[in-house]
Design a protein around this ligand. Structure first.
Ligand code: ATP
Length: 620
């Protein structure tokens, strides 16, 4: 379609949508235009940005999608890297078409995406924005390419997007992967190729999500006309799950799966041994079905280990906490204590080394509480100077100081009202601010800078530190009264090397970060023996990298980037190991802090802080 002026575009949309012109009348685009006009009563000439959520709202919407986002991120990063040259931005959206993950292409193109708010937090549902890749693909639950003038609203005609819906392990709509370009020199054919790449990436994400969910089960890959389908089954060959295409292919339903129906009703094959293998599949009546693939439970993959008994499906809102606790007795006890305090508003102090999962744990506590529907607001006290923490946390009135935002700022405490405030690295909070925080906790109200009256707040406080706050309080470096106020309940998160279920944690993270690979015996022993000073974060990083360098799907010990470390746990040793990890990440990324931070899964602010603390010379 050639590019049209805005008024011509509107006229064309109206004539096609009202059947006056029968050009493309039966096409999906024409049908969508009709939906927009008749069902959604939209105006193709309307101008203005899409609806955009605040950062806190995005966090709330993203919370139930956390596992999907985590599992999809490596694939999405690859997709963004491949398509960056062609000026594409890449997004992952939830089923309501709200973008929750974005990578902008950089350079000149980025400015356009920012100007038009094509980024995290924006909603592109068809009912609001008219025909567009994300909204229409989700409305129809089918991949679609929407090229420039095919958009309903004239203003979106500067973009071309290609979108593939994503289905979860139960075949339900879980979101969509979107790619958008604003380059007018890219042909429809080029976009079609990009759509094909996106569809492949999305299928791989679905594959990882399915295998991760059914990691205790055997997985059969069944060939079909429109691609293969995955069926999960237990040791007795009873089906426990099936992906969307396997359901369609075999006629499987939730009811049939819940009834424990046997795989042999649908497909048969000879002997299932302990290794991944290609098998000749037959239909239930014995006719050949083609070649399939059978994989043993992922949890059982590390050599020499028996399959781990299936963990009980965790009950409802405690699912996240149970998952993080695994089967480490200390952590399981802590989760039990958290359950027993129920919804009493007790402040919680998390204590643990860097990367053990303090933030993840705090989020899970929030998700398990009756406050889950309200905001979870986090602040890292070590990442910013005192004046900024003050303004960010307590807020300020309009014109309270030079450089303040014209409209003032509510502050994070007020934003967390009704929800949870997470203060990371609380040990780094300057003394003056400790006093203000104590006052907030005691009086349950906050005085924004320059305000004439306080604002009442109801927050649950979770704080975290890697320091010995008790000792700091004794030495006068931390307010004793605040210390006691913070530790309504103190939870120690053990280092990875201390966890009794270390082997399970490693196996689980291997499945997530290096899906499709298995660990050689030597790699497995090396991982078990290594003290992981950077804990979960470092383990994830090591396995992600190993998954990329592994040959023939086998991670050997030489694929593991484990910097020498003595196994002792003193602070200087930890710092030395952390320093070495950061220096190595910076070296790998040519000194580019943003990319090194991404690889280490740290925020840029945190990495800059660590660079300063550890006196790392980034100019090397
Ligand atoms: N139990 C767990 N199982 C698997 N992955 C985990 C677990 N706990 C944390 N992680 C992952 O480890 C990484 C680091 O976690 P998180 O940021 O919560 O650690 P932290 O203790 O807050 O780190 P820091 O002290 O540097 O702020 C994240 O990618 C998180 O998803």
């Amino acid at each position: 379609m050639a590019s049209l002026s805005a008024s011509n575009h509107v006229a064309r949309v109206l004539s096609v949508a009202t059947h006056a012109a029968d050009v493309d009348a039966e096409s999906r685009i024409a049908n969508s235009w009709r939906r927009c006009l008749i069902n959604h009563k939209l105006d193709p000439a309307r101008q203005g940005p899409p609806q955009t959520l605040t950062e806190a709202e995005v966090r709330n919407v993203a919370e139930p999608m956390e596992r999907l986002i985590r599992l999809a991120t490596p694939e999405l990063e690859d997709l963004a890297r491949v398509l960056r040259e062609a000026g594409y931005c890449v997004n992952l959206a939830d089923p309501n078409a709200t973008m929750l993950w974005s990578r902008l292409p950089g350079e000149a193109d980025t400015e356009i995406f920012l100007r038009w708010k094509v980024y995290t937090g924006s909603n592109f549902s068809e009912a609001f924005e008219g025909t567009n890749g994300l909204g229409t693909a989700l409305a129809e639950e089918k991949p679609i390419l929407v090229h420039r003038d095919e958009h309903f609203r004239a203003q979106w005609s500067i973009f071309s997007c290609a979108v593939t819906p994503l289905f979860d392990e139960a075949g339900r709509l879980g979101g969509a992967v979107n790619i958008t370009s604003c380059r007018d020199d890219l042909s429809r054919t080029a976009h079609q190729l990009a759509l094909a790449v996106t569809m492949k990436a999305t299928r791989r994400i679905e594959d990882v999500v399915f295998r991760n969910h059914f990691r205790d089960a055997w997985i059969a890959t069944v060939p079909g006309d429109g691609g293969s389908g995955l069926v999960a089954y237990d040791d007795d060959r009873r089906i426990v799950g099936a992906c969307r295409s396997a359901r369609a292919m075999l006629g499987l339903t939730d009811g049939l799966i819940a009834s424990g129906i046997e795989l042999s009703h649908y497909v048969k094959f000879d002997a299932a041994r302990a290794m991944d293998e290609i098998v000749e599949l037959r239909r239930a009546d014995g006719r050949p079905l083609g070649q399939g693939h059978v994989a043993p439970p992922l949890r059982a993959r590390p050599p020499g280990r028996q399959p781990v008994a299936r963990r009980e499906a965790p009950a409802g809102r405690f699912e996240g906490l149970n998952r993080l606790a695994g089967s480490d007795p200390g952590l399981v006890r802590s989760v039990k204590r958290l359950r027993s305090i129920g919804d009493r508003n007790l402040p919680i102090l998390l204590h643990g080394e860097t990367g053990v999962g303090k933030d993840a744990f705090a989020r899970a506590i929030h998700a398990a509480s009756s406050r889950a529907r309200s905001n979870y607001v986090a602040l890292n006290c070590a990442a910013m100077p005192e004046s900024l923490i003050d303004a960010e946390l307590f807020g300020y009135e309009a014109g309270a100081f030079t450089g303040a935002r014209r409209e003032g700022s509510k502050g994070l405490i007020v934003q967390a009202d009704g929800g949870t405030l997470f203060l990371d690295e609380i040990g780094d909070m300057p003394i003056a601010l400790q006093t203000r925080l104590l006052r907030v906790l005691e009086n349950r109200e906050v005085w924004p800078l320059g305000a004439l009256k306080p604002t009442a707040v109801d927050i649950r406080l979770i704080s975290a530190t890697h320091r010995d706050l008790g000792r700091m309080a004794e030495e006068g470096a931390f307010r004793t009264d605040l210390y006691f106020r913070l530790r309504g309940m103190e939870i120690r998160l053990p280092a990875l090397r201390e966890r009794a279920d270390r082997a399970d944690v490693i196996a689980d993270i291997a499945v997530e970060e290096a899906s499709g690979c298995r660990l050689s015996a030597a790699a497995w022993s090396a991982l078990l023996a290594y003290p992981f000073p950077g804990n979960m974060r470092q383990l994830r990083h090591v396995l992600r990298l190993a998954g990329c360098t592994a040959e023939d799907g086998v991670i050997s010990d030489t694929d593991l980037d484990l910097p020498p470390f003595g196994g002792r746990t003193s602070e200087p040793d930890l710092m030395a190991a952390e320093r070495a990890t950061i220096v190595e990440a910076l070296r790998r990324h040519g000194g580019r802090v943003t990319e090194a931070a991404k690889a280490l899964r740290l925020s840029r602010a945190t990495l800059y802080r660590k660079i300063r603390q550890l006196k790392i010379d980034t100019a090397q």
